[in-house]
Design a protein around this ligand. Sequence first.
Ligand code: SF4
Length: 95
Amino acid sequence: MKCIGSINRKSLLYKTGVEYGDYTVNHVQGCFHGCLYPCYAMMMAKRFGTVKNYDEWIKPKVVDNAIELLEKELPKLKDKIKSVQLCFTTDNLKI
Ligand code: SF4
């Protein structure tokens, strides 16, 4: 699969509130699958304003500055991190 576009983020690694998780990296935003039952990831993306609508959701964007952010964030957090979840904002990890 091919990514439709790219975005930049101010940060990438964050502590998740999900009970089975520790830290998370959301390096892709959106999902080609476009499931029509309420997709929780899409609903959250719409709620927080990172995507406007379904059409935007089904055109995944990769975080262009992910490596640069990880190079800054990993040294600060490496002693706290037990595991990193990839990724709560897509099901297209190979794009
Ligand atoms: S993130 Fe999961 S539920 Fe949402 S559209 Fe993609 S495959 Fe479907």
